[in-house]
Design a protein around this ligand. Structure first.
Ligand SMILES: CC(C)(COP(=O)(O)OP(=O)(O)OC[C@H]1O[C@@H](n2cnc3c(N)ncnc32)[C@H](O)[C@@H]1OP(=O)(O)O)[C@@H](O)C(=O)NCCC(=O)NCCS
Length: 379
């Protein structure tokens, strides 16, 4: 038997596949989807254009974008049975609900078992459209409102905020949320995308693969960090003095607790997504009439940088950005999934198109071989 190559923990720096979707340079702080820098996409593209880019590896023409917008609009409404299922679930964590509901969607998709590339693509569009409706409707029901049908003339970002609140959001909120979706859409072989690709490589169906990805995203070391950031800030309290913030964060660092929203496996510089989210958090906070959360975040950033040399990641300032938009904290990680569904499905389609089972080896560290079985009554 071949001796498996030993790797550092957590597959750090291991190149596990080739992919034409996302370019990441952690030393220079570069993130690009299909060659387009994230800064350019955040300032000059919409989330729908980004979806098209991830799925087709090129930006759409006006007509192609119009077609995609129509397909998303047609796919957004949820089957009635899914809304009933949503109402029947206990008041669980929104990521747990999303995992169940995304899986349940497959039972109402007549193409669920069709492995043809054309059907897989249509399912990618449907999953991306419907994840937004699932999360917004879950938030709406849990705020005591009734489910709101998506509006076919609204785009993805606007529809989400509309279905969540029942009110038409203004242009600033739509643009901010659209940029947040763009920033979260893909990130190479992050844990959830890798989980989705591992599942897809068994040639299982796309729903099963995205459910694997949702499960991985939920963890506090991955997408779960954005909600933890806001919980940490709320625990400090809006009126916390700088001295109090200093004391609490230093205490956490002294106890070797991780500060949510800091550190990254790949970036050694600032996470380029954090640059935009910091700005949005500042602007939206001002607009909402509260600058306390942003000021506290900046103080924590400076402290963690000086004490641990760690930069904020995508989750740190997305927390206060969503808070300023009035979004419930329970939805922060599901919103990550609303966006990342585009990247997950792009990677899953890429995996299907050029597949080989992903099956690495482990460096065995258990009892020596062979062990002799002692009969049960003599053990
Ligand atoms: C993102 C993350 C999982 C990367 O982990 P990793 O590459 O395995 O790095 P490690 O957890 O091994 O951390 C390396 C060192 O930095 C420290 N560190 C990393 N992130 C830290 C954080 N957020 N707060 C405090 N210390 C941190 C570790 O304690 C460790 O210190 P040590 O060498 O003194 O033991 C990690 O930084 C983390 O847990 N961050 C908080 C959760 C988060 O924001 N996740 C979202 C990621 S986008």
């Amino acid at each position: 038997m071949a001796t498996p190559a030993k790797t550092g923990g957590g597959l750090e720096e291991v190149v596990a596949t080739s992919s034409a979707i996302c370019y990441l340079d952690g030393d220079r702080g570069v993130l690009a989807y299909c060659g387009y820098d994230i800064h350019d996409l955040a300032t000059s593209a919409t989330f729908e254009e980004v979806c098209y880019l991830l799925w087709h590896r090129r930006l759409p023409t006006r007509a192609e974008l119009g077609d995609l917008q129509s397909q998303l609009a047609a796919a957004r409404p949820l089957p009635e049975a899914i809304i009933r299922l949503m109402r029947s679930l206990p008041p669980v964590d929104a990521m747990d609900a999303l995992r169940t509901l995304a899986s349940a969607l497959s039972h109402y998709d007549p193409e669920a078992g069709d492995p043809s590339p054309a059907a897989q693509y249509r399912k990618a569009v449907r999953l991306t459209a419907q994840t937004s409706t699932l999360v917004a409707t879950w938030g709406r029901l849990h705020a005591g409102g009734g489910a709101i049908d998506p509006n076919p003339v609204m785009g993805h970002a606007e529809n989400f905020l509309y279905m969540l609140t029942g009110a038409r959001p203004d242009a600033t909120a739509i643009r901010a949320f659209d940029v947040a979706l763009t920033l979260h859409a893909d990130h190479e072989l992050n844990a959830s995308t890798f989980a989705g690709r591992v599942a897809a490589a068994t040639m299982t169906d796309i729903y099963s693969a995205v459910v694997a990805a949702i499960g991985a995203l939920k963890g506090p070391l991955h997408g779960g960090a954005n909600a933890d950031v806001m919980r940490m800030l709320l625990e400090l309290g809006e009126t916390a003095t700088p001295d109090r913030v200093d004391e609490v964060i230093r205490g956490k660092l002294a106890r070797k607790e991780k500060i949510p929203g800091f550190g990254h496996r790949v970036y050694r510089t600032e996470d380029p997504r954090a640059t935009h989210l910091r700005q949005m958090s500042r602007d939206l906070g001002k607009r909402a009439g509260t600058t306390a959360w942003f000021a506290m975040s900046e103080q924590i950033e400076a402290l963690v940088k000086s004490e641990k040399k760690l930069n904020p990641n995508v989750d740190f300032y997305s927390a206060t950005t969503y808070y300023a938009l009035g979004i419930p904290i329970d939805l922060y990680t599901p919103i990550f999934a609303v966006s990342r569904m585009s990247g997950w499905t792009a990677h899953i389609l890429e995996q299907y198109a050029n597949n080989r089972l992903i099956r690495p080896r482990a460096d065995y560290t258990g009892p020596a071989y062979p062990q002799r079985i002692i009969p049960l009554d003599r053990r």
